[in-house]
Design a protein around this ligand. Structure first.
Ligand code: ADP
Length: 216
């Protein structure tokens, strides 16, 4: 599903990624772990097409990311990639369902069909009774699950998550950990997760350890 070769990234004089190779199979839950400053988020941003490497290439399902022009890339990203961040980044004035369907509307999909799908996902996430709630009316764990629902609305090939459990208490962390694996088991969903949550990392199919810009 994902193949990255020879990824290098530099910010000014600082070499942050020094030649990273990595592959991820469909249906794998892969964690990227390592100390702060190792380059994990930078790698995730490059794999997720949000940033460009200085050299190297990224393929997602046979599409070479570097070959896409800006507009094609924006469409590819919206339709094929889901994102979950440490802080949910839901829009405060929108309800749960309205937040979830945004990427579908951007992709030009039908609103009522998207809402129906959002409700199915909410059902799977045990959040059926929260669809009309706004973010301020939801708990931290619920907000993060809504963010996951939003990441899933366009049936992405892969979901990239950056510290998805980082802002949660241990009970909610555990629930979210389980959720990644139930989505993988049920829908063969692929996840690449940057995390300091060692329990989540150990549960993963594979842990990729990074240090000083390389995979160790
Ligand atoms: P990690 O996720 O492993 O903590 P990051 O990928 O966030 O590591 O950062 C790696 C290094 O790159 C850090 O030293 C960070 O300060 C630097 N860095 C990250 N993004 C930028 C940027 N946009 N501009 C300059 N330096 C950056």
């Amino acid at each position: 599903m994902i193949s990255a070769q020879g990824i290098e990234k530099q910010f000014g004089d600082l070499k942050v990624l020094k030649g990273v190779d990595l592959t991820v199979k469909q249906g794998e839950v892969v964690s990227i772990v390592g100390p702060s400053g190792a380059g994990k988020t930078t790698l995730l941003q490059i794999l997720g097409t949000l940033d460009k490497p200085n050299s190297g290439s990224v393929f997602i399902n046979d599409t070479e990311i570097q070959s896409l022009r800006e507009k094609e890339l924006a469409r590819f990203r919206n339709e094929n990639i889901g994102f979950v961040f440490q802080f949910h980044q839901l829009l405060p004035e929108f309800t749960a369902v309205e937040n979830i369907i945004l990427p579908a509307l951007i992709a030009g999909k039908n609103k009522s069909k998207s809402e129906k799908k959002a409700r199915e996902i909410l059902n799977f996430l045990n959040l059926k009774d929260r669809e009309h709630h706004k973010p301020a009316e939801l708990s931290g764990g619920e907000k993060q699950r809504i963010a996951i629902a939003r990441a899933l609305i366009n049936d992405p090939d892969v979901v990239f998550a950056d510290e998805p459990t980082g802002s949660l208490d241990s009970k909610n962390q555990e629930e979210l950990q389980k959720l990644f694996f139930s989505l993988r088991d049920e829908f063969n969903q692929t996840f690449v997760i940057v995390t300091h949550d060692l329990h989540l990392a150990h549960l993963s199919d594979r842990e990729i350890k990074m240090k000083d810009g390389i995979v160790i």
